[in-house]
Design a protein around this ligand. Structure first.
Ligand SMILES: N[C@@H](CCC(=O)N[C@@H](CS)C(=O)NCC(=O)O)C(=O)O
Length: 209
């Protein structure tokens, strides 16, 4: 059995789980998956048995438990240092960390009104008010990264920042958000990423929360 166990929710719906899962795949780590059904009545008790913080994802590595998606990504970046899961240049790394933290702490309206449902397609919501602002802000972030670093991913090669925005790529597809050509090309590239494709293939449809 692998030394790593990643505790995650339903692949179709658990955007927080998707992020470290992609990062661990990109790092080339072999890991055991522990799946918790977030639609089960006993999910709270199930999760609490595995993580006292009561949330997924969490990573068990030997006796060490690491919880919270970004903390797991940071841990993997240190373990697989040769993969440069953060950009090497300090200023670029600070930029990548800033947009990752912005996603981690923000965009509550996108989260609430456009829940992740990888396999499903829904009519586009009206992109106005706070929702419109948040979607525009994500587009601004992607545009600035792609223009500054030249693509094909946000900071050139695939980094934790791409993983942090991967659920948004999925949401934009599900809710048919129209994007300008370079951003659409980025979203397509992300959907073609091997780990992303594997995640989608392993999804089972769920209700939307
Ligand atoms: N800040 C946390 C958020 C994790 C989170 O909210 N996970 C949700 C599922 S995607 C969860 O565990 N929900 C527990 C529940 O529904 O009972 C992280 O980045 O890992």
């Amino acid at each position: 059995m692998s030394e790593f166990s990643l505790i995650i929710g339903n692949k179709n719906a658990s955007s927080w789980s998707m992020r470290p899962w992609l990062v661990m795949k990109e790092a080339g780590l072999v890991f055991h998956e522990v799946l918790v059904d977030l639609f089960s009545d006993v999910r709270e008790a199930e999760i609490l048995k595995l993580n006292p913080a009561g949330r997924v994802p969490a990573l068990r590595h030997g006796n060490q438990l690491i919880w919270d998606s970004l903390a797991i990504c940071e841990y993997i970046a240190e373990i697989a240092a040769e993969k440069h899961l953060w950009p090497e240049d300090r200023a670029t790394r600070a930029h990548a960390r800033s947009i990752s933290a912005e996603m981690h702490a923000g965009f509550p309206t996108v989260r609430g009104q456009m829940p992740m449902a990888c396999l499903q397609t829904f009519p586009p919501p009206k992109l106005e008010g706070r929702l419109g602002w948040e979607v525009d802000r994500i587009c601004q972030i992607w545009r600035q990264c792609l223009e500054t670093y030249g693509g094909p991913y946000l900071f050139g090669h695939f980094t934790i920042a791409d993983a942090m925005y991967a659920p948004v790529v999925s949401r934009f597809k599900t809710y048919q958000v129209l994007l300008e050509a370079p951003l659409e090309a980025y979203a397509e590239r992300m959907l073609e990423h091997t780990a992303m494709k594997d995640w989608f293939q392993e999804c089972i449809p769920t209700d939307v929360e």
